[in-house]
Ligand binder design. Structure first.
Ligand code: ADE
Length: 278
């Protein structure tokens, strides 16, 4: 018998409703890094134990810079999660990627400026050492592939890979910035993938992200740039696609043996951590 899986879900507005979990119980937690964005909701999807967290709080009150990413990830790990399946609204940076599409992200470009990207910060309650985590492959390719296969089988418009460019926000990009990101070849733009995926890797979680495309950012000539009204309208529609994928993929994930994958991720953390020596 392999490791028992527990699925953490970090979602945006449309995915923070507890009714997607059966028997959902609210749990208030604290961590050495402070409080997560909201209560954790513990329950089941298709008989598989799951924990749901709203990244910006259920009332959407926490702006990207102020999301306590470390507390969110630490709390999920402490709850015993093996996997983190997350959704994020994003803009398209390339022709061929349209509002309503789902992109399974496999790379990122970091344009954030104010975020702590490690648990290994030398504080008394933090893990010991300094961690230089490899970011060559930031996401769990095995979990990501399963998300993609589910989306494809459900007939959704879904891309297997994509590079997410994460900006600090809360403002959107200028037209000049947006054209630059487009010329760099990034596929999507958001405000939260960094440092979330980095921190998940530091605690050895299988992390995969469904990016829900809401807009074309501001790189297209002669078109209105991105605005909140459009993002929220499309995001609410897109969230039901993400929910369909989650309901389909979670039982499939639970049927597989993740022991070796989780062991590999744990070893990667140990191998990349320098412990103090005299
Ligand atoms: N989230 C949704 N659309 C976005 C955009 N165009 N830029 C940054 N974050 C986003």
């Amino acid at each position: 018998m392999g490791t028992k899986v527990k699925i953490g879900i970090i979602g945006g507005s449309g995915l923070s409703k507890p009714d997607i979990l059966k028997g959902g119980q609210e749990k208030e937690v604290n961590t050495p890094f402070g409080k997560p964005s909201d209560v954790l909701i513990c329950g089941e999807i298709e008989g598989v134990p799951c924990v749901l967290l709203s990244r910006h709080g259920r009332g959407h009150t926490i702006m990207p810079t102020n999301v306590n990413f470390r507390a969110n990830i630490w709390a999920m790990k402490e709850m015993g999660c093996t996997h983190l399946l997350v959704t994020t609204a994003c803009g398209s940076l390339q022709e061929g990627i349209h509002p309503g599409d789902v992109v399974v992200i496999d790379q990122f470009i970091d344009r954030t400026q104010k975020r702590i990207q490690t648990f290994f910060d030398g504080a008394p309650l933090s893990p010991l050492g300094i961690c230089h985590m490899s970011m060559a492959d930031p996401f769990c390719s095995r979990t990501s592939k399963m998300l993609y296969e589910s989306g494809k089988n459900l007939g959704l418009s879904i891309r297997e890979t994509g590079t997410m460019l994460t900006i600090e926000g809360p403002r959107f990009s200028s037209r000049a910035e947006s054209k630059l990101w487009n010329s760099w070849g990034a596929h999507c733009i958001n405000m939260t993938t960094v440092p979330e995926v980095i921190l998940a890797k530091e605690v050895g979680l299988c992390y995969a992200s469904m990016a829900l495309v809401t807009d074309y950012d501001s790189w297209r000539e002669g078109e209105e740039g991105v605005n909140v009204e459009n993002v929220m309208k499309i995001f609410k529609q897109n969230s039901s696609n993400a929910l369909k994928i989650l309901l389909d993929v979670i039982p499939k994930i639970a049927k597989e043996d993740w022991t070796k994958t989780l062991e590999d991720y744990k070893n990667a953390v140990t191998m990349n951590t320098l412990l103090p020596h005299s």
